[in-house]
Write a protein that binds this ligand. Structure first.
Ligand code: LLP
Length: 418
């Protein structure tokens, strides 16, 4: 559930803020996030975990705006990061490094050093080469690095191939058959402390079964490790819980967490979750204005001022996101449109075959744009990235200013004069 609803005047609001007024004031394309929605989603995980020892590490990659991180940090959230940049954002937003897990297949030496200096909760290690590197860096710094190994349980998450991560053919994690040997190897490394076991099988999963299958496999491994004298303190089940974009019916966090908890029964393990999309996606919309309508014989196009550089999910994953008029009271002829941006690429579309009653100048909202929206934006076609707003009740705050044209070439140089 989110807090983007039509109110009595027939217009779409974010909490108590009129989105028509926000677009008029701040321009479009405009990302708008709802604080109450972010909080509600985070609490859904936290309350479901209840008394079971747990840590919710919001996946920063989903939406790394400082204000978003700040809202979650204030709730006591942990964070899942994949770069030094993300760790710096978490710290700048008031997040607690001791609740940070560091994922990713290619951690650089300077990133490992920085994370060790900041005393993060755990490194999620994805290869033997990375284990050696962390051991070496920690040794040089006179530190002991807390680690988990990310195991690839070879499970088909049934999701888009680009966001499926738990299959053997994917680059992520260590094959589960090799995990025991690699843990033994890690146990011999002087500057590593084995804390956990980690997995992440994919994103936008709409069923609990693949998660449970993964947990079953991991619990067998945890028992095997215990027999070797290696005691796992936390189980990190990654992120991946899906959301409703269209007619999907993903489990609620409550049901997902309850079923995982049930698998753990009375084991003395802390559960770590890394949700990104489930917290942020439906906490945001992208507002865009119709520039032109272009009727055609085969297709009619609604050309809007947001493009694939602003929201790449439709182009990259054929993702479907709802597109709705911000003012539902306007009487317009209805037609079926491909909603496209101004970029010179056929793949530049926000939605295809959408029935919309619109005319030039109307405002549209692309729903579920709070996760993997702005964070994946680029400047392709020299388009400045849009502004980001956070609404909180009747208060709207600009949490990122719209880029200006000269931001586009900041750091670029002309050649020396001949
Ligand atoms: N943990 C790890 C190690 C991950 O790689 C990811 C996402 C997450 C947690 C968070 O997953 P979530 O709860 O958000 O599903 N750009 C794509 C999604 C890529 C997900 C990458 N990893 C999209 O727009 O659908």
């Amino acid at each position: 559930m989110d807090y983007f609803n039509y109110q009595e005047d027939g217009r779409l609001y974010g909490e108590a803020c009129d989105l028509t007024a926000l677009a008029a004031q701040h321009g479009t394309p405009l990302y708008v996030y709802s604080r109450a929605t972010l909080e509600r989603h985070w609490h859904a995980f936290d309350q479901a975990a209840g008394d079971f020892p747990h840590l919710i590490c919001y996946a920063v990659k989903a939406n790394s705006n400082l204000a978003v991180l700040e809202v979650l940090a204030r709730l006591g959230s942990g964070f899942d990061i994949v770069s030094k940049g993300e760790l710096c954002r978490v710290l700048a937003a008031g997040g607690d490094a001791s609740k940070v897990v560091f994922s990713g297949v290619g951690k650089r030496v300077d990133e490992i050093e920085f994370a060790l200096e900041k005393n993060i909760f755990c490194f999620n290690v994805e290869s033997v080469a990375e284990l050696s590197r962390i051991n070496e860096v920690a040794g040089r710094m006179g530190r002991v690095a807390p680690i988990s190994i990310r195991v690839n349980p070879d499970i088909d998450a049934g999701t888009h191939p680009y966001i499926s991560t738990g299959l053997k053919e994917n680059k992520f994690g260590i094959p589960i058959e090799q995990a025991q040997d690699i843990y033994r190897h890690a146990a011999e490394m002087k500057n590593l402390a084995i804390h956990g076991l980690d997995c992440h099988i994919g994103s936008q999963l709409t069923e609990v079964a693949p998660f449970l299958e993964a947990v079953d496999k991991l619990l067998v491994l945890i028992d095997a490790l215990a027999a070797d004298g290696i005691h796992i303190k936390h189980l990190d089940v990654g992120g991946g819980l899906g959301v409703r974009y269209d007619d999907e019916t993903p489990p609620e966090p409550k049901e997902y967490v309850a079923q995982i908890k049930a698998k753990l029964a009375d084991r003395k393990l802390t559960l770590v979750f890394e949700p990104g999309r489930a917290i942020a996606a439906n906490a945001g919309v992208l507002l865009t204005r119709v520039e032109h309508l272009k009727p055609g014989e085969e297709k009619s196009f609604a050309i809007v001022d947001a493009a694939m550089n602003d929201l790449i999910r439709p182009a990259l994953y054929s993702a479907w996101q709802a597109i709705i008029p911000v003012d539902s009271t306007l009487e317009r002829p209805s037609a079926v449109y491909d909603v496209v941006g101004p970029i010179c690429e056929t793949g530049d579309f926000i939605g295809k075959d959408r029935e919309l009653a619109i005319t030039e100048g109307d405002l549209l909202a692309v729903r579920s744009a709070g996760a993997y929206g702005f964070v994946m934006a680029s400047n392709y076609n020299s388009r400045p990235r849009g502004a980001e707003i956070m609404v909180d009740g009747a208060t709207a705050t600009v949490v990122r200013e719209r880029e200006q044209l000269n931001d586009l070439w900041r750091g670029e140089h002309l050649l020396p004069k001949a």
